[in-house]
Design a protein around this ligand. Structure first.
Ligand code: NI
Length: 252
């Protein structure tokens, strides 16, 4: 069995990332993608991708950091994106939970980065927190051809249907294992399998039985197991399909 953690902030884990990468490899996690938050973090994620053959990275500016966006940012992203292990633009999007006073700036920077992904022919990893309709309408209007993954998908079944009808993907993480996550469980049951990926979003959102602890890529198997159980499938089947989807979209 082979699993891919499509969204793991291994640069933010306590201790040595080497330890978590080794743990992941021992637990069938064949590849790990590290999303970016801001430029201060780029050197460490590039370094991890250069040191470990199964680690890849994305570039972008996270919605809560959009005040940092300036003319230098797209130049820097373009230049670094030539790195052979850069596999996407992320995580970018809108976060209305964090702070609504920056909505216009968040939208502006999201749009700029969508255009950048299109120009660089890279997929987009979307962060959407309490901003479902705005994220989708901006993608509808501005995205010209990049594949899109809604990371840590948090919409309901109706929104999932809208997302997949556009050909976008969703990545599901540890929340699906939580007892009261009825809406996400319903999404996991109904999402077309060719649109589904797995992630941990570590160090956050550890799945049951590690809920509340620091998350890590090796825990992703619990997400796969839960989705398999919900869909009455074998965990190996969920692993195979989601791995293929991630390999296809991120070209890894
Ligand atoms: Ni994240």
């Amino acid at each position: 069995m082979e699993l891919i953690d499509t969204h793991a902030h291994i640069d933010m884990l306590e201790g040595y990332p080497e330890f978590y990468i080794a743990q992941a490899a021992e637990n069938n996690v064949s590849k790990i993608i590290i999303p970016a938050i801001d430029a201060e973090g780029y050197p460490s994620i590039v370094e991890l991708a250069e040191e470990f053959k199964n680690v890849y990275f994305e570039l972008g500016l996270f919605p809560s950091e959009v005040e940092k966006w300036d003319d230098e940012y797209p130049v820097m992203i373009k230049e670094l994106s030539r790195h052979p292990k850069c596999v996407g633009i992320g995580e970018i999007g809108l976060d209305y939970y964090w702070d609504k006073s920056f909505i216009d700036k968040q939208k502006e920077v999201f749009i700029e980065q969508i255009k950048l992904a299109n120009e660089l022919e890279l997929p987009i990893t979307v962060h959407d927190r309490e901003a479902h309709e705005d994220v989708l309408s901006i993608l509808d209007e501005y995205n010209k051809g990049s594949q899109v993954v809604f990371h840590c998908f948090s919409g309901n079944k109706t929104f999932m249907e809208k997302v997949v009808s556009r050909g976008h993907y969703l990545a599901i993480g540890g929340i699906v294992t939580f007892k009261k996550a009825d809406e996400l469980k319903e999404v996991a049951i109904n999402v077309p399998l060719d649109r589904l990926m797995l992630e941990t979003d570590c160090p956050y959102l550890a799945p049951v039985p590690y809920r509340g602890k620091e998350n890590q890529p090796s825990y992703i198997v619990h997400v796969a197991k839960e989705i398999a159980k919900l869909r009455n499938m074998k965990v190996e089947e969920i692993a195979e399909i989601t791995t293929k989807n991630a390999e296809r979209v991120f070209k890894i």
